[in-house]
Design a protein around this ligand. Structure first.
Ligand code: SF4
Length: 325
């Protein structure tokens, strides 16, 4: 459905080029929930913006490719890339951004934010506002959301309701790909659970692809079919979520999973000490070397390649070089 090959996307800043996404390759499949995990600043939100074809200066694609399979009006599938993907926002691909508090326009009623989201060429737009209102009202009822929200301004809604409205906005034209950036951040646990249920239920009903970025491995464990772990702009592990949680290969993934709280386990969770490298001048070898408990001499100089260790389970770490060769 979506293919990335050796994709490099950098921010051009006055201090230098920030190598936010650096040589990332993977496929996103139809009808799956793909999780993208990693600490803040690892490149996961940048990657999501690129997938949405929302590439604006100072961000630019340096090299590599990104393409999507897009079914045209005759049902034929054609390949489209950056510049063309944005022409199909909302209908083919939609984006649920981070921070519902600041994303919704504060001076526009929710109803009008739905009107604005319908592309000019869409039959609903051609049919007019009444048709859009009817469709949105029916959709909110389907989602068991109060239709009164349509007359509200964003500041009149709770944080959880704003996030639900964003999910409804991102899905009401039934796009084939939904991208969600930290959809549960800053929400209490009960609301978080409701949002995750809403997202996964919609994905199941629409049989589309849901890509969820979250720093919270617990979120990925609950909802994703496959998982991509990013560290300092690199993809370090990628595979079925169950396989990754059962048998994480990369030391960084192991530490992320070990830091998760477990029911009944009262021992203190240990975070990952140290900080990720500066992405303006990252180290030449493994970018995790300075924090890795299993670091070897050559790790600081040689960059590990991404290799398939088990069927559909990839890792980028010198610990597995001999095993894979
Ligand atoms: Fe650790 Fe070396 Fe593997 Fe990097 S390549 S994660 S430093 S063992």
């Amino acid at each position: 459905m979506l293919r990335l090959r050796e994709l490099k996307c950098y921010y051009d800043t006055t201090r230098g080029l920030v190598q936010a996404v650096d040589g990332v390759s993977f496929d996103i499949l139809p009808d799956e929930v793909l999780g993208i995990a990693g600490e803040s600043g690892c490149g996961k939100s940048t990657l999501l913006k690129v997938l949405y074809d929302y590439i604006q200066p100072p961000l630019h694609i340096v090299s590599g490719s990104y393409e999507a399979d897009f079914p045209d009006s005759n049902g034929k599938v054609k390949t489209i890339g950056p510049g063309a993907i944005r022409e199909h926002w909302w209908e083919f691909i939609s984006y649920i951004p981070q921070g519902s508090m600041s994303v919704l326009n504060p001076v526009i009623r929710i109803e009008n934010q739905f009107f604005d989201a319908v592309p000019k060429s869409h039959p609903l737009k051609v049919a007019g506002k009444t048709a859009i209102r009817e469709r949105v009202t029916a959709y909110l009822k389907e989602l068991e959301l109060p239709v009164e929200v349509l007359r509200s301004y964003p500041h009149q809604l709770s944080g959880g309701m704003k996030q639900r409205v964003l999910v409804a906005l991102g899905t009401f034209l039934h796009p084939q790909i939904v991208l969600a950036d930290e959809p549960t951040t800053a929400l209490d646990v009960v609301v978080q659970k409701g949002i995750l249920l809403m997202l996964t239920e919609l994905q199941r009903q629409m049989e589309n692809t849901l890509v969820v970025v979250s720093h919270d491995m617990g979120v990925h464990y609950q909802i994703s079919d496959r998982l991509a772990i990013m560290y300092a702009g690199k993809l370090v592990e990628y595979g079925p979520t169950e396989a990754i949680f059962d048998n994480p290969f990369h030391p960084y993934t192991q530490m992320l999973i070990q830091s998760l709280p477990r029911v009944g386990d009262r021992s203190q969770r240990v975070g990952i000490s140290g900080r990720p490298p500066n992405l303006i001048d990252p180290p030449s070898g493994c970018r995790f070397a300075a924090r890795c408990p299993k670091v070897m001499d050559h790790c600081a100089h040689q960059e590990p390649a991404l290799m398939e260790i088990e069927p559909d389970h990839y890792v980028s770490c010198h610990l597995y070089g001999a095993r894979a060769s």
